[in-house]
Design a protein around this ligand. Structure first.
Ligand code: MN
Length: 156
């Protein structure tokens, strides 16, 4: 199964980089508020450049002066499954993805729908993993790799 990773990144502004493995690369979106497990919450996801699969393991501090300077943690990761009956590449072209995540923090069905040039919306689908009371972005802040928060990585 292909992989997904969500890296919390404190660059010029805090955001969560949501990445889905599609034919050998990580398709990527920057989600300022991070994912919500509440299906009523639509989270802005700005399409950004593809990243190499090896980048998905990166946790640490991007040096001052480099693009995206600031700390990064692996906030969640795991595998995903395409829920649409067309390949992910075609769903990307069409601007409507639907997939099932098996992460350590996030599970269940999610959709990503393009609403503008680089603008997409990330929304939890209504299923048994949906939970309006959970707020993992604020209650499960630690890296799934190291157990450190983004502040601890920054201050290390
Ligand atoms: Mn980023």
């Amino acid at each position: 199964m292909p992989r997904f990773v969500i890296q919390q990144h404190a660059a010029t502004s805090m955001h969560f980089d949501f990445r889905l493995e599609v034919v050998g690369t990580f398709k990527s979106w920057a989600v300022p508020k991070g994912p919500s497990t509440d299906p009523r919450e639509k989270r802005l996801a700005m399409a950004v450049e593809d990243h190499s699969l090896s980048w998905g393991d990166f946790e640490g501090v991007i040096a001052e002066g480099e693009y995206g300077a600031g700390p990064v943690i692996v906030w969640d990761r795991g595998q995903y499954r395409n829920l649409r009956d067309e390949p992910m590449e075609e769903a990307l072209e069409r601007g409507h993805l639907s997939f099932w995540l098996e992460g350590e923090k996030l599970r269940g069905g999610w959709s990503l729908r393009r609403t503008g040039d680089r603008r997409w919306l990330l929304v939890k689908r209504r299923d048994e993993a949906a939970d309006a009371r959970r707020n993992p972005v604020s209650t499960q802040r630690e890296s799934v790799v190291s157990g450190r928060t983004i502040e601890q990585v920054r201050d290390a």
